[in-house]
Design a protein around this ligand. Structure first.
Ligand SMILES: [Zn+2]
Length: 404
C-alpha cells in the first residue's frame, strides 16, 4: 500500500468524484464538493481532468443558492463498455452493455447438454468477439466481462466449483477467458448477479440490506449487505434451496432430504404432482408436464390439482423465506425468477407464512416485493460485476482507462 502517497490520494479523490457523478447525475461541482467534503478547487481540478478525458459531460444548469446558475455534470456511459454473460441450462445469453449496464447488443445461442465446458467457453468468446465487430466498438474500451451461472461459484478465484445443472466441476472460467481478453473477468452465481441489477435499477435501490429470493427450476437467494452481495467463505452463501424444511421430505439431487428446493420449486410441482394426480382424474395435467407454465395455465382454468399444488408450494416457500428473515433481518425480500409466472396462485400463501416471523412480532416489519425488472436484468447484473469493479478500483492496473 502506498499510504500517504500524494498520487494515491489524488487517484482516490478522482475515484470518489467519478462515483458520485455516476450515482447522483446530473450534479453540480458544489454538490459534489459538499457530498464528499472536498474543497471546491480540488473538485474543479478533478472534474476538468475528467471532462478532458471524456469521462464526464457538462449537461444543463441548476439554480444555485446564490442565484447564479451552476453547470451540471453527467457521466459519459459510452466511455467504455462491458459484457454480461448468462449461462443457462441449455442456452447462453451474451450481452454488450454501456457503463450504465444498458444492453446495446445481445446474442443468444443454445448448446447440447453434452457440451464440454472448454467448448462452451470457446463459443462464448467467439460471440463476444462477433458482437465487438458488429457494434464497431474499440477493443481497448472493453472494461471487463461479467459472467453468471447457477451453482457454487468461487467469485474470488473465478471458477465454478460445482454446478449440478450444467454438470460442471472445478471449471476455471476466469483463467480460460483471460487467455482471450485483456480485461478483468468475473463470474458469480446468477442470483447474485440479478441482485446487483435489483440494487442498481429495482426495489433494492438505496437499500443497505435486502434479500433476493429466486423461484423457478430451483430456489436460490442472495443477500445484499453493507454495500455488497454477501458471498460467504466459498462464495456459496444463499444456497437456501438446500435448507431442510421437511423431515423425511423429498430426496434432493444434492443428497439431502426435504430441501426447500424440493418443496418450493418446479421440482415440487413434478414430484408432488405425479404422486397425487390420481386423486384428480379430470385434471388437464394428466396430459402435460408439471412445469410452472402448464400448472399455471391449468390453475387459471380452475383445475383443483394445479391450484392445490401451487398453494402448497407457496406455503413451503413461505417457511423458507421466514427462516431467511430470521437469519438475516433484511429490510426487504424481493422475489425474482421464472416461477413468478404463477405468483397469483402462490404468493398470498408465501407472504402469509413468511410475515409471521420473529421480527414482525417485535413490530419490525419486512417489506415484500416482486421484482419488476425484465429478463435483461440477469445479463445486466452480470455486466455490473465488471462495471462496479471498474468504478471502485480506478487505481488498478486493469482500470487504466480512468487514468489515461
Ligand atoms: Zn438439496
Amino acid at each position: 500500500m502506498r499510504i500517504g502517497n500524494k498520487a494515491l490520494i489524488k487517484e482516490l479523490n478522482r475515484s470518489h468524484v467519478v462515483s458520485i457523478i455516476r450515482t447522483h447525475q446530473p450534479i453540480s461541482r458544489t454538490q459534489i464538493s459538499k457530498t464528499l467534503n472536498l474543497g471546491l478547487s480540488t473538485v474543479t481540478y478533478i472534474t476538468e481532468e475528467l471532462l478532458e478525458a471524456g469521462l464526464v459531460f457538462e449537461k444543463g444548469t441548476a439554480q444555485s443558492t446564490g442565484g447564479r446558475k451552476a453547470t451540471l455534470l453527467t457521466f459519459n456511459e459510452e466511455y467504455g463498455y462491458a459484457f454480461g454473460v448468462k449461462i443457462e441450462e441449455s442456452q447462453v445469453i451474451v450481452a454488450c452493455t454501456d457503463l450504465n449496464a444498458k444492453v446495446l447488443r445481445k446474442h443468444t445461442f443454445s448448446f447440447k447438454k453434452t457440451t464440454e465446458p472448454e467448448t462452451l467457453l470457446h463459443s462464448i468468446i467467439q460471440h463476444i468477439r462477433q458482437i465487438i465487430l458488429e457494434t464497431n466498438l474499440s477493443p481497448n474500451k472493453l472494461i471487463g466481462i461479467g459472467m453468471a451461472s447457477s451453482g457454487l461459484i468461487n467469485n474470488k478465484q473465478g471458477k465454478v466449483i460445482r454446478s449440478t445443472l450444467l454438470g460442471w466441476e472445478q471449471v476455471e472460467v476466469r483463467k480460460k477467458m483471460r487467455e482471450s481478453f485483456n480485461a478483468p473477468i468475473f463470474i458469480d452465481n446468477n442470483v447474485n448477479a440479478y441482485t446487483k441489477a435489483e440494487r442498481q435499477f429495482g426495489y433494492g435501490r438505496g437499500l443497505s440490506d435486502f434479500l433476493c429470493v429466486s423461484v423457478g427450476a430451483g430456489v436460490g437467494a442472495s443477500l445484499f449487505s453493507d454495500g455488497k452481495v454477501y458471498g460467504g467463505h466459498h462464495g456459496g452463501a444463499g444456497e437456501v434451496g438446500h435448507m431442510v424444511i421437511k423431515q423425511d421430505g423429498y430426496r434432493c439431487h444434492c443428497g439431502q432430504k426435504g430441501c426447500l428446493e424440493m418443496h418450493a420449486s418446479e421440482r415440487f410441482l413434478e414430484q408432488e404432482g405425479r404422486q397425487i394426480k390420481h386423486l384428480y382424474p379430470e385434471s388437464p395435467l394428466h396430459h402435460t408436464d408439471f412445469m410452472f407454465e402448464q400448472v399455471t395455465s391449468a390453475a387459471r382454468s380452475g383445475d383443483a390439482l394445479a391450484k392445490g399444488l401451487l398453494k402448497k408450494l407457496g406455503e413451503n416457500l413461505g417457511i423458507g423465506v421466514l427462516n431467511c428473515i430470521n437469519l438475516f433481518n433484511p429490510s426487504a425480500v424481493i422475489f425474482i425468477g421464472e416461477g413468478l409466472v404463477a405468483k397469483d396462485f402462490f404468493m398470498t400463501y408465501t407472504l402469509e407464512t413468511a410475515s409471521d416471523n420473529f421480527f414482525s412480532k417485535a413490530g419490525c416489519d419486512v417489506s415484500f416485493q416482486v421484482s419488476m425488472l425484465g429478463d435483461d436484468a440477469w445479463v445486466q447484473g452480470a455486466a455490473l460485476q465488471a462495471i462496479d469493479h471498474w468504478f471502485e478500483h480506478p487505481i488498478n492496473e486493469e482500470s487504466r482507462l480512468l487514468l489515461s
